[in-house]
Design a protein around this ligand. Structure first.
Ligand code: NI
Length: 180
């Protein structure tokens, strides 16, 4: 069990194609545990495996966001497929752990139904609305290399890119200073 660094935009890892999970073993469970701890530590509503540099098709959604209680474990979606999206949509500000401090209005379906497997390989169907539906759509985007920044126009895109590049440079400088 370990906290893993979250890959930040514009790291090209976030655009890598992802692959289906074929082996449901203890190593997969350890990865999901790492994802869970990393998401909690960063106060995220969800996390995709590619955000910690693993190319398997896995995302998790925080328990309360998924309609449960505060202490419920996250829902684990492995090899997810969006089965249905409502025609009714809603625009709301969205954040992403790979875009720290950035919030972007994104139009999403109000309700979503997703078919996936759990960590044991058992198939299930999740249906949610509001924040849950939004989180499933956002995390599923990660598995097809689609990012928050793809929802904004060219000017805002440049601004976001510059800010995150500046943050990364400052972070690298800080790390270098700490190492001295
Ligand atoms: Ni995200």
């Amino acid at each position: 069990m370990a906290l893993r660094p979250v890959v930040k935009f514009p790291d090209p890892v976030l655009r890598r194609p992802t692959v289906d999970v074929t082996i449901f073993d203890d190593e997969l469970k350890r990865l999901v545990t790492d994802m869970t701890e990393t998401m909690y530590a960063a106060n995220g509503a969800g996390l995709a495996a590619i955000q910690i540099g693993d190319g398997r098709r896995i995302f998790i959604v925080e328990g309360a966001v998924a309609g449960g209680n505060e202490n419920d474990p996250p829902i684990v979606f492995i090899n997810p497929e969006i089965e249905w999206l409502s025609d009714e949509k809603e625009i709301s500000d969205e954040g992403c752990l790979s875009f720290p401090g950035i919030y972007v209005p994104v139009k999403r379906s109000l309700r979503a139904r997703v078919r996936a497997r759990d960590v044991e390989g058992v198939e299930f169907v999740a249906e949610g609305e509001g924040l849950y539906a939004r989180a499933m759509q956002h995390e599923n985007d990660h598995l097809r290399s689609k990012l928050l920044i793809d929802y904004v126009g060219p000017i805002k895109r440049q601004m976001i890119k510059r800010k995150l590049e500046r943050d990364a440079a400052e972070e690298a400088e800080g790390a270098a200073a700490d190492a001295e």
